[in-house]
Design a protein around this ligand. Sequence first.
Ligand code: PLP
Length: 434
Amino acid sequence: MRGDKALILDQVRKYHEDVADTRPFEPGVTEIWPSGATLDAGDRAALVEAALDLRIAAGTSSRTFETRFAKILKRRKAHLTNSGSSANLLALTALTSPTLGDRRLRPGDEVVTVAAGFPTTVNPIIQNGLVPVFVDVELRTYNTTADRVAQAIGPKTRAIMIAHALGNPFEAAEIAELARAHDLYFVEDNCDAVGTTYQGRVTGTFGDLTTVSFYPAHHLTMGEGGCVLTSDLRLARIVESLRDWGRDCWCEPGKNNTCFKRFDYRMGTLPHGYDHKYIFSHVGYNLKATDLQAALGLSQLARLDEFTAARKRNWRRLREGLDGLPHLLLPEPTPGSDPSWFGFVLTVRPDAPFTRAELVTHLEDRKIGTRRLFAGNLTRQPAYTDQPHRVVGDLTNSDLITEHTFWIGVYPALTDEMLDYVIGTIKEFVAARG
Ligand SMILES: Cc1ncc(COP(=O)(O)O)c(C=O)c1O
């Protein structure tokens, strides 16, 4: 490293310490966010180094991140994207590729998913002209079950696309088995669950394709960012093409002729030898991330184990601290799992002597941030009421979540002191109202 760059980066690390918020925690004054990035001096230096190098597009850091992350998630290929939502769009759209022949998803085909969750797990289904088939979830785990999914499989079903709820895994092994038995594709939205295991296996390894988000609320952050992973090289190639404008060529940025036949292709009705860089085999997008994002991602990746341990520790502290409290349904890990939690979910029992709104207001007034379980029952959201869809069974629990559920934070920067304040504040409210 040139001397002047080392000097700048030393200054950046020093700057990080200088601007650090060292104010002590003050109950009721200090904000306790439900989620947030945990960034250190190394993260700040990584970002500045990428900027100093003017690595403004995807490049070496992106490739290194993809290789390392694929290894961690035990997949053969990882493709960085500009968000988790883009990753979901690419994963599902890949399954509509004409290159899959008879196995491609076509408009009108059905995809089984859950009603209570994040909208962009479901949106790619609708955006591709496919039909979401909604099933309900369980309370306490906030996931659906293999039984519910099995009941939803009909003659038009071609795929399953489900997210692990707030870090808690659904029955991924059983659902993967269902998918195999019915010849369905299986997309695992792992955006909220990096580091979680189910039956001893990391989530993200059960589906044909899996997705991750690197938005600041998530287990690792790039600011904005996401990733699609797969061990199916044919699907990987389609994802890359769709991400990169739909092009057929797979040269890295700045490289030419990786295939050694750049001017020797005959595709579509193009003239023989048309430059492969400009042959488009998919109706694609540009959903790439930049090296600035990947540089931050690489720096964060080094702390994944530390982050995972902190999320588990924080969740356990809340769970033990609130155990036995009346009027609230406390969360439970899915049997056989070891979740790397995204949040701590609470449901106010419908017969409680207080409402969710009252409890949430009590917490927010005391600077304890809360969030809803995303969209609640999506079929009740204005954007979805007129979209073609099917519901299998009823959505009783999704409705209950819409009306009675919220979550609070477990992210690594929260301290024991903060968590104890959260526990005390909830207990005090319940005792006063109960
Ligand atoms: C389950 C799930 N899937 C997808 C996303 C979308 O990720 P992004 O915000 O990076 O687009 C989120 C966002 O929080 C999510 O929780």
